[in-house]
Design a binder for this molecule. Structure first.
Ligand SMILES: Cc1ncc(COP(=O)(O)O)c(C=O)c1O
Length: 376
């Protein structure tokens, strides 16, 4: 049995308005149409699926981006499946999960569904939402050696866009190894980092879990950089023996992905540099627009973001951020994501992957409602 997890409120909120509002600043997607561009390049008669690990070509291409051989890459139905399986395989009975806060809420809900005790490790809003290592250390220590299965983060962080570099990743990996935990990082947004954060598993390949294999595990996906969420192609990157466990689970649960989607993924990955350049230039442009706008507001604290989402704080205490979001969709056809969905009700998330011609006018509308609410 699993327990019914808490509802995925962010997805419900975005799903209710996506495609219906004029100014969608709420979603974390890159809003560049790409399926249409790539579909004509997919072979008309795709072969059967290639077996339990997933298409070799796709694994080779993902592996080359991650600095790993293809046998350390397991294809999954999006990062979502990779994340679920990581919890299933990475947390034994009696072990806890440590999860950063704020985070992408399914990373908390999976533990709830599997009845795995969860402890949140807060990032630090005063320091651009960096994750203080001493907080992870303290949480591991409170559990005791062998009592934490996974330490779970997102890099880049969703919702804040905070990035974690190689030195911090390695320090965390060593800490996890000391406490017999795996370090599991969802890297769905990593490529969108203008500073090009390093891939986790390759950066930590010499740091071993006491039970064998690299202590680090990562998940990733074509959903964001490539805007190919519809392909449902993602991956889990890990070393033996963790990957053996993962393959065992997948063989019984979801043995092959759709070969059509694997072909689409292969075509996209072959064009990685071109697609990424286009995405990064869009995100860079939008980030400047948003920063310039935020600099004109005395009721906001802009928190630097490296990625496709930003998570500013509303500093005027008279403004209720939930009300701000409601009035924006209801009266101004503008969608933002309230920070309460991430456990930070004074913040809101905006996406930087949309149409640059709509971001400015959308932010103006956010400003108008902030003004109205701020003056009570
Ligand atoms: C951090 C993070 N991981 C995973 C996902 C879901 O990825 P996928 O579509 O590949 O299942 C999302 C979607 O927003 C996300 O933000």
């Amino acid at each position: 049995m699993v327990k019914v997890p808490p509802p995925f409120e962010l997805a419900t909120w975005i799903g209710a308005y996506d495609g219906k509002v004029e100014y969608n600043l709420g979603s974390s997607n890159v809003q560049i149409p790409i399926v249409e561009e790539l579909l004509p390049l997919v072979p008309q008669a795709p072969t059967r699926g290639e077996g339990f690990a997933g298409s070799l070509v796709v694994r080779q291409r993902v592996g080359s981006l991650l600095g790993l051989p293809p046998d350390q890459v397991q294809l999954t139905a999006g990062a979502s499946e990779a994340n679920f399986i990581a919890y299933l395989c990475g947390v034994a009975a009696g072990q806890q999960v440590l999860v950063e806060s704020p985070t992408y809420s399914p990373l908390e809900s999976i533990a709830a569904a599997l009845e795995q005790p969860l402890r949140r490790v807060p990032r630090d809003p005063a320091h651009d939402f960096a994750l203080p290592l001493e907080r992870v250390h303290a949480a591991l220590d409170q559990g005791g050696i062998g009592k934490t299965g996974l330490v779970v983060l997102t890099n880049l962080n969703n919702p804040t866009g905070a990035a974690m570099g190689k030195v911090t990743l390695r320090a965390l990996a060593r800490l996890c190894a000391d406490y017999r935990a795996h370090l599991f990082i969802d890297e769905t947004f990593r490529w969108l980092d203008l500073a090009q954060t390093v891939p986790l598993v390759a950066a930590c390949r010499d740091i071993h879990h006491p039970d064998g294999g690299c202590v680090a595990i990562s998940s990733g996906s074509l959903s964001k950089v490539y805007n190919l969420g519809a392909s449902r192609v993602g991956w889990l990157a890990a070393d033996e023996p963790f990957l053996r466990l993962v393959r065992g689970v997948r063989e019984t649960m979801n043995p092959v992905l759709s070969p059509l989607c694997e072909h689409l993924a292969a075509v996209a990955l072959e064009r990685h540099d071109r697609i990424l350049d286009r995405t990064l230039s869009l995100v860079g442009k939008n980030r400047s627009v948003a920063q310039r706008w935020a600099a004109t507001r005395s009721d906001l604290r802009w928190i630097p973001s490296n990625g496709i989402t930003a998570f500013p704080e509303v500093t005027n205490p008279t403004v209720d951020v939930g009300e701000l979001a409601l009035q924006l969709v209801r009266d101004h056809s503008t969608l933002i994501s309230p920070g309460s969905y991430f456990g930070f009700p004074r913040h809101f998330r905006i996406g930087l992957g949309g149409d640059p011609d709509r971001l400015g006018p959308g932010l103006e509308r956010v400003g108008m409602v902030l003004d109205a609410l701020g003056h009570g």
